[in-house]
Design a protein around this ligand. Structure first.
Ligand SMILES: Cc1cc2nc3c(=O)[nH]c(=O)nc-3n(C[C@H](O)[C@H](O)[C@H](O)COP(=O)(O)OP(=O)(O)OC[C@H]3O[C@@H](n4cnc5c(N)ncnc54)[C@H](O)[C@@H]3O)c2cc1C
Length: 411
């Protein structure tokens, strides 16, 4: 494994670094932002402005084809840009789902007219997208979706409910997975559509989080008309379309957001130790934990290098991304938990303006369980690792060969 950039990669990295230095604050320099809620209007506005600059500078859609406004570069260049961007406080969160998962699905499954309508606007940050897959009874088992669409002339009419839709309240469009045929097995009767989030009959209701944030929503569909030209893939082939989105999702949510060992080390250097002698950073037990976190973070970094090597050789990354997500979410939770405990009663402060550092750990602690669920729960990812890496027997599938309408259901 060669960790060094080629000459072209090094040149690209330098260009990326120069762009980021000119347009973003270095990571951690803005502690207030680390703890600020990511769903505010102000943050979305900043994200749109940043995305526009990224597109103009050629750092948006790095791997996308030139016809789609991208740069047509191999995936390794996107990895390099992401590595550099992670060193800055870049307001890129509102675009992660749309550009990371939804729009690539639109590109893969729609005609030129549809691509012309949506892709460039998304890339330039003018329109934001969300992913409408999960339902109250269909999360890990997303193929159990019940929201249905019925054909009516040139339109389809959608009725049902989605849940946990990140960013639906500020999004313009979404990709929605619905049931169009209940008479076949659950994976075979689904279809995917592009839906206008401002269309009549779409109702977005916020879910307020324990942290005080408002990133997620319930979305209700009542007789929402979607033209057939907004269909992605053939009717009944929605599961195959969803798989393309989900494959991108595991990679996209692999990275951690929130304080890491550098931030807790900084905190510990400025706090008294548990015995009242010296700082927390000098405490033996704390130092052991710190060493563990550094080893874990380095291990994760090396596992990402393995993904990079596969990408640079034109291969598809394997299950390393699942491993990364399981490790990262728990790593964040552990660090924030220790920080909150160490800060004693200051640990409960959750006000970014009053105490940015304390609030950053508080927010990280509240966010980490979500990270353990989004894009596949710990248990689901461990199942994937067990089955596809270790070759253990498959999970039990009692619904195999049964039509969706005949599956027992409490709802
Ligand atoms: C931060 C965040 C953002 C999200 N954003 C979106 C979004 O934008 N769009 C969207 O569509 N969805 C989104 N979701 C929803 C997310 O995809 C689901 O919550 C997730 O897939 C889990 O589904 P569930 O909540 O229905 O839990 P369930 O599937 O009901 O699982 C409950 C528990 O049972 C376990 N379990 C389930 N099946 C198995 C099994 N076979 N073996 C072992 N254990 C199992 C799970 O691991 C979990 O611990 C988001 C969720 C979070 C937390």
């Amino acid at each position: 494994m060669d960790f060094n950039d080629t000459a072209e990669e090094a040149k690209f990295r330098a260009e990326a670094r120069a762009f980021l230095a000119a347009n973003c604050a270095p990571k951690g320099s803005d502690k207030e932002r680390l703890s600020r809620r990511l769903s505010t209007d102000e943050y979305v506005k900043a994200a749109k402005a940043y995305q526009k600059k990224k597109a103009e500078a050629g750092f948006a859609g790095i791997t996308w084809a030139k016809e789609q406004g991208g740069r047509g570069l191999p995936p390794i260049y996107a990895v390099i840009f992401n590595q550099e961007e992670a060193k800055f406080d870049a307001p890129s969160q509102p675009f992660a789902i749309g550009l990371g998962m939804c729009v690539p699905t639109v590109i893969a499954f729609s005609d030129d007219a549809t691509k012309d309508r949506y892709v460039a606007k998304a890339l330039r940050g003018e329109e934001i997208w969300c992913q409408l897959f999960s339902e109250p009874g269909a999360g890990s088992d997303v193929a159990a979706s019940k929201t249905k669409a019925v054909r009516d002339g040139d339109d389809w009419v959608i009725n049902g409910q989605k849940v946990w839709t990140t960013g639906a309240h500020f999004c313009d469009f979404g990709i929605v997975l619905v049931r169009t045929n209940p008479d076949v097995e659950k994976h075979k009767g689904l279809t995917m559509f592009i839906v206008d989030m401002k269309a009549p009959g779409v109702e977005v209701r916020p879910i307020h989080q324990a942290s005080g944030g408002r990133e997620f929503n319930e979305v209700y569909f009542t007789d929402v008309r979607v033209p057939d030209k907004n269909r992605l893939g053939e009717p009944g082939m929605g599961w195959n379309v969803a798989l393309v989105t989900l494959m991108n999702e595991r990679l996209a949510v692999g990275g951690s957001t929130g304080p890491d060992y550098a931030e807790i080390f900084e905190l510990a250097r400025n706090m008294p130790g548990p015995t009242g002698q010296g700082t927390l950073a000098q405490d033996e037990a704390f130092r052991q934990k710190l060493a563990d976190w550094i080893v874990k973070a380095e291990g994760y970094k090396l596992s990402k290098f393995r993904t990079m090597t596969a990408l640079s050789r034109g291969q598809t990354p394997g299950p390393e991304s699942s491993i990364g997500k399981v490790i990262n979410a728990n790593h964040l939770m552990d660090i924030c938990n220790t920080a909150i405990e160490s800060m004693d009663h200051y640990g409960i402060i959750n006000d970014g303006e009053l105490a940015p550092m304390e609030a950053a750990f508080h927010q990280g602690y509240m966010w980490a369980p979500g990270l353990r669920i989004a894009g596949g729960t710990d248990e689901i990812l461990k199942n994937i690792i067990a089955e596809r890496v270790l070759g253990l027997p498959q999970d039990v599938r009692v619904d195999k060969g049964v039509a969706f309408k005949d599956l027992p259901s409490g709802r």
